[in-house]
Design a protein. Structure first.
Length: 343
């Protein structure tokens, strides 16, 4: 239980730090490509950093370790063995709960893939510039997944060109790999809200990139925005790139400003330094040296081991006549401040 709770705690801290770094530095000082790469790496590091244990040597003072002394009552209400038993049961319960929920997320991921497979098998297929276009009445909102674009059969021809441009951009940039990766991460990080924040930002970056590609290919901005508004609702699995996924006022504003931001060297440097600091905080653990008492033991042996004579004197207070050892000191005593002959 301690290990699992520790992993969850460190994952939350790690995710919070990466999310804060994205909002304060990466989002304002980096291109969409840099933001995309950071969000993917941050999501991976949130999973990996808590699993890494880099021991850091810590100097400790020489001392003598005294064994712990435990005193128990004579009653039967408590025993160390029973406490350990219930702690183990509790730890197993948390582990079972964690992996049960993770299994549900995994089942949902597989279910999404099955939905895509069913639509692909039943849909009408064609090819556009090497990309598979699947048309089906079950699809209301266009989306793409790897090398396939899914659209409704009755989609207006006036919308088709812009939609194919948009979804082709997702395919050419490999956005489906990002979605699958973040979905797999979510299976083991279902408890971490910052993974959901990172995923949402990643999908928004995907849409900004695709929107920019569409506008650069000559599609009128106002017409394109109208298409997006008309395609807000419809069926599209969560593991796909969806046209309506990030429909916000901010997205429309970004269409009107196509100036591509370059990633500054200062932003990259700050990110590298802070990611290294996060790794040090999360993954580097203190490793204390085992206290040694060798020198102390040797000094005690020297005091005991001497060439002076040892005698035994009977102990009158004891019932038996066991002798009490004492050492005859042959060194003459000295006194400060006087002559020894006067005593």
């Amino acid at each position: 239980m301690t290990t699992l709770l520790g992993y969850i705690t460190e994952s939350l801290i790690c995710g919070a730090l990466f999310w804060l770094l994205f909002k304060l530095v990466v989002q304002s000082g980096g291109s969409y490509g840099f933001q995309r790469g950071y969000l993917l790496i941050a999501s991976l590091f949130t999973v990996i950093f808590p699993l890494i244990n880099v021991p850091v040597q810590q100097t400790s003072f020489i001392g003598l370790s005294i064994p712990e002394l435990l005193v128990y009552g004579s009653g039967t209400g408590y025993s160390p063995s029973s406490t350990g038993f219930w702690q183990n049961i509790s730890g197993q319960g948390w582990g079972i709960l964690f992996w049960t929920i993770s299994s549900l997320f995994a089942v949902n991921f597989v279910f999404q893939q099955l939905l895509l497979l069913i639509v692909s098998l039943n849909g009408e297929k064609s090819r556009e510039n090497g990309i598979i276009v699947i048309k089906s009445n079950k699809i209301s909102s266009p989306f793409s997944f790897f090398n396939s674009i899914y659209i409704h059969k009755g989609l207006s021809e006036s919308f088709l060109k812009a939609i194919l441009y948009h979804e082709s951009s997702h395919i050419q940039r490999g956005h489906s790999f990002d979605i699958v990766l973040i979905s797999l991460i979510k299976i083991v990080q279902w408890f971490n809200p910052f993974i959901y924040f990172l995923r949402k930002s990643l999908i928004s970056v995907h849409e900004y990139q695709a929107d920019g590609d569409v506008i650069e290919r000559g599609i009128n901005i106002e017409e394109y925005q109208t298409i997006i508004l008309n395609l807000q609702f419809g069926f599209s699995p969560s593991v796909t790139n969806r046209l309506h996924n990030s429909l916000t006022i901010k997205r429309f504003k970004k269409m009107e400003n196509l100036i591509k931001t370059r990633t500054s060297f200062g932003s990259v440097l700050i990110v590298v330094l802070l990611v290294t600091a996060i790794f040090a905080v999360i993954s580097c653990k203190n490793k204390k040296e085992t206290p040694t008492v060798t020198e102390q033991t040797q000094s005690e042996d020297k005091l005991i081991d001497s060439d002076k004579d040892t005698y035994k004197v009977p102990d009158e207070t004891s019932d038996n006549n066991d002798a009490v050892p004492f050492t005859v000191v042959s060194v003459k005593p000295t006194f400060n401040g006087g002559d020894e002959n006067d005593f």
